[in-house]
Design a protein around this ligand. Structure first.
Ligand code: SDX
Length: 430
């Protein structure tokens, strides 16, 4: 049971009657009104499209303060983790609640290696995708297909956590790399037992029989950091989808496959691809006209939005965007890449942060604004950016899914609605 402390009661007056509702306080002083008995007590439901004011659960995993720009995984600040840990250590932290010691890390890494292959028959699925297939579609399809090759996973609730977690973490990386090779028309590259999580992924992406591939520690560190930035973000859209599917007691692979589809949307993880497409459009079709782009983003008549800007929770600079921006400069300087899109991005940021429209709405760069420019410099194609977001977010999805499954409050997700449709009428009368 995840406990939040009851600190007081709130009084609700409805139709001349008063009702007392418990008020809880979380670890960092945030407050919540317990409405679990609201309808039974008052006959009312709440109304909150988009759930902007609705707490779906109590959680031990991630803490965000949107006003102060704070993000912590299991109590560790995101800047601390990106500086001192690698992605696999953070994945372990998210799932278990503590950082691994040397022995725990060695065992976890060894299981990652054991689980890195796909069933050989799964390779043939890639031949059946059209060449223009988006890798997020391949990712979601291949993840839910895993449960058919490993029928014991239909009841993944019973599998030992580390085996379940490392199997999916490792196989998703292989699935993603194979999808990239499918798009390139190159022979697939198998995972190697002697490489780390990120080196293995980069090798499976970029190794070719004619050019080989030599891991670069600067690029490997940057990729570890970018994946850590994306590893969890409490009850975001895709994590909510993963938990909603899991709340019906569907297996972990069905839940993650659904989460991948939710992440794909340009309002969510798909924004990192949409940011680059926006910057390229400004450069190639708008003559670099940043002012014009900002005016379009502000216009109610224009559906154009400044991609990579704004956030449901952060009402100040997304702490991940600050770190992603530093990584971007470091990677481009190291590689000697002079990407005009970075200049456009920085001019857009400066223009927006000094514009009343964006200031009034507390619209700042989010995690997706700078990540894609780093991925481009590394040589990753734009349509793979959200795939990397999924690789990063996977440990967070799994941790949230496990927490939901093990919580004594665990119930199937089933919100209510306010019906405003037609009253009873009959076919004959019409
Ligand atoms: C992620 O939830 C998470 O934690 C997500 C995430 C994670 O790690 O899981 O952080 C990852 O998804 C980051 C967000 C990536 N998406 C984008 O960058 C797409 C562009 N951003 C917008 O679509 C928007 O800001 C959202 C979707 C991120 C948030 O939408 P909300 O909270 O529903 O806000 P809203 O649409 O109600 O906007 C409030 C106002 C509106 O103007 P008014 O009607 O008040 O006049 O702000 C405006 C909006 O029009 N607005 C924007 C804008 N974002 C909001 N105007 C121009 N450009 C934008 N990007």
């Amino acid at each position: 049971m995840l406990y939040a402390k009851e600190i007081s009661k709130a009084t609700l007056e409805v139709n001349g009657k008063t009702f007392q509702l418990p008020v809880y306080m979380g670890t960092e002083g945030e407050m919540a009104l317990d409405i679990r008995n609201l309808r039974a007590q008052t006959g009312l439901i709440t109304y909150d499209p988009g759930f902007g004011n609705t707490g779906a659960c109590a959680s031990n995993i991630t803490y965000i303060d949107g006003e102060k720009g704070i993000l912590r995984y299991r109590g560790y600040d995101i800047a601390d983790l990106t500086e001192h840990c690698n992605f696999l250590e953070v994945a372990y932290l998210l799932v278990h609640g503590f950082l691994p010691n040397k022995e725990e890390y060695a065992a976890f890494s060894s299981m990652m290696n054991q689980h890195s292959m796909l069933h050989e028959d799964m390779r043939h699925f890639y031949n059946l995708f059209p060449e223009h297939a988006h890798p997020m579609a391949m990712l979601s399809a291949m993840v839910v297909t895993l449960s058919t090759f490993y029928p014991e996973l239909e009841h993944s609730a019973n599998e030992a956590i580390d085996s379940m977690v490392t199997r999916l973490l490792s196989k998703l990386r292989t699935i993603a790399a194979f999808a990239y090779k499918k798009m390139k028309g190159h022979p697939i590259v198998y995972p190697r037992p002697d490489l780390s999580y990120c080196d293995n992924f980069l090798n499976m992406l970029f190794y070719t029989p004619v050019n080989g591939y030599k891991p670069d520690p600067v690029i490997t560190k940057a990729l570890n950091q970018l994946l850590i930035l994306q590893a969890d973000h409490e009850q975001n859209c895709s994590s909510t989808v993963v938990k909603a599917v899991g709340s019906s007691d569907a297996n972990l692979y069905a839940s993650i496959s659904a989460g991948i589809c939710a992440l794909w949307g340009p309002k969510h993880g798909g924004a990192n691809q949409a940011v680059i497409e926006m910057l390229e459009d400004i450069q190639n079709n708008q003559h670099g006209d940043v002012i014009g782009a900002l005016e379009r983003a502000k216009s109610k008549e224009d559906p154009f939005r400044l991609m990579g800007f704004g956030h449901r929770v952060y009402k100040t600079y997304d702490p991940r965007a600050e770190i992603a921006k530093k990584i971007c400069h470091k990677v481009l300087d190291y590689l000697g890449v002079n990407d005009p899109l970075l200049d456009i991005a920085q001019r857009l940021e400066a223009g927006a942060l000094s514009d009343q429209y964006f200031q009034e709405r507390h619209l700042y760069p989010n995690v997706d604004f700078y990540t894609g420019i780093s991925y481009r410099a590394i040589g990753i194609p734009t349509n793979m950016f959200t795939v990397l977001f999924a690789l990063g977010r996977l440990p967070g999805w799994i941790a949230q899914w496990l927490e939901m499954r093990d919580a004594s409050e665990h119930r199937i997700y089933r919100p209510r609605q306010l019906y405003v449709g037609p009253k009873l009428h009959s076919v004959k009368a019409d």
